[in-house]
Design a protein around this ligand. Structure first.
Ligand code: SF4
Length: 324
């Protein structure tokens, strides 16, 4: 069956202007540099990579929380790249975000019930009674109790706060939700509960997730497809099964080699990358990974590899992926 596209991101760039400290010259941090991505309806597409690789910025640009510098974003075939004001607000009903930090994403001065109702009030949706009815319905759906509705955020644990964050994001029946590291601030024992809740809510609400994480195990558990980002570039994209069993980009291989094994007797070779991740203020020429790549040649420092389809649905940006 043909998959339906919900969002198309084409050649997206996001540069943040900064003042260079050396000569006080204007410069820019290249947070995203030419990222193209197709998101299919009802899938969970994850973006992984180290801190600063541009995955969160991509998610924020995708739903209009950050303006993009260049490129085009379409949602259900409509160009939404430069929407502002009323149009942007109307669209934000369909596109929501679940934040990383459940501790600071909830207003401490409001009861959790009022926080949930507020998302409908902002969009002038429903009467007071209808808002409260919907908020209570969502509150119970995410596993909270009725008697907790009038409590304040500080009275809840991290996992409960994240449940409330999920309920708030889903109040308006969104069709696309960006989950920005939704479990990384939680205890490991709570993470699986929240991941299961996200999966259940996705099935019930026909939601598409753009899931952002640095945790390869979490991503493997929840995703249909995975995109790997490095220094503002998308370097590999494939189905979860394909990416974890046949990684093609040396950076993906290094990320996977660092995932701890459950079986202590199983020894796998760790790929140690040399050096640190370069500054996005002054990224390397050619392939941005060339100064850390164990397979780099001089050519890699001169030319920029583009995403090529190595096998059906498996894309990689590397000149030498067929050689190793
Ligand atoms: Fe490594 Fe060259 Fe491939 Fe870049 S293009 S990942 S430097 S082999």
């Amino acid at each position: 069956m043909e998959k339906e596209v919900i969002m198309e991101i084409s050649h997206l760039k996001k540069y943040f202007p900064v003042q260079s400290s050396i000569r006080m010259q204007p410069a820019s941090v290249k947070a995203i540099d030419d990222v193209s991505l197709t998101v299919y309806r009802n899938e969970t597409l994850s973006l992984v990579g180290e801190s600063g690789c541009g995955k969160s910025t991509t998610g924020r640009c995708a739903i209009g929380l950050l303006p993009s510098t260049e490129g085009c974003i379409t949602y259900n075939g409509r160009d939404i790249t430069h929407l502002k004001g009323k149009q942007q607000r109307a669209l934000s009903r369909e596109m929501q975000m679940i934040f990383q930090d459940p501790y600071s994403s909830l207003n401490p001065r409001m009861t959790v019930g009022a926080i949930l109702e507020e998302s409908m009030a902002i969009h002038h949706t429903g009467s007071r009674e209808q808002r409260m009815k919907r908020a209570m319905e969502m509150f119970l759906k995410v596993g909270m109790r009725e008697d907790q509705y009038y409590r304040y955020p500080h009275e809840f644990s991290g996992g409960q706060k994240q449940r409330i964050g999920i309920a708030r994001a889903l109040m308006l029946n969104p069709k696309l939700v960006v989950c920005d590291e939704p479990v990384s601030a939680l205890d490991v024992s709570i993470q699986s509960q929240i991941l299961n809740l996200l999966s259940r809510m996705k099935e019930e609400g026909n939601i598409t997730y753009l899931f952002i994480s640095h945790n390869m195990s979490v991503v493997r558990y929840i995703s249909d497809r995975v995109g790997v980002m490095y220094l503002g570039h998308l370097v590999e994209l494939a189905s979860t099964q394909e990416l974890y069993t046949h990684p093609l980009h040396p950076y993906t291989m290094a990320l996977l080699s660092a995932v701890p094994e459950v079986d202590p007797h199983f020894k796998k070779e760790k790929i140690k990358l040399k050096g640190d991740i370069p500054s996005p203020l002054n990224p390397p020429s050619g392939c941005v990974f060339h100064n850390r790549c164990p397979y780099a040649t001089t050519f890699c420092g001169d030319a920029v590899p583009t995403m090529q389809e190595a096998s059906a649905g498996h894309f990689v940006a590397c000149f030498r992926h067929e050689e190793y």
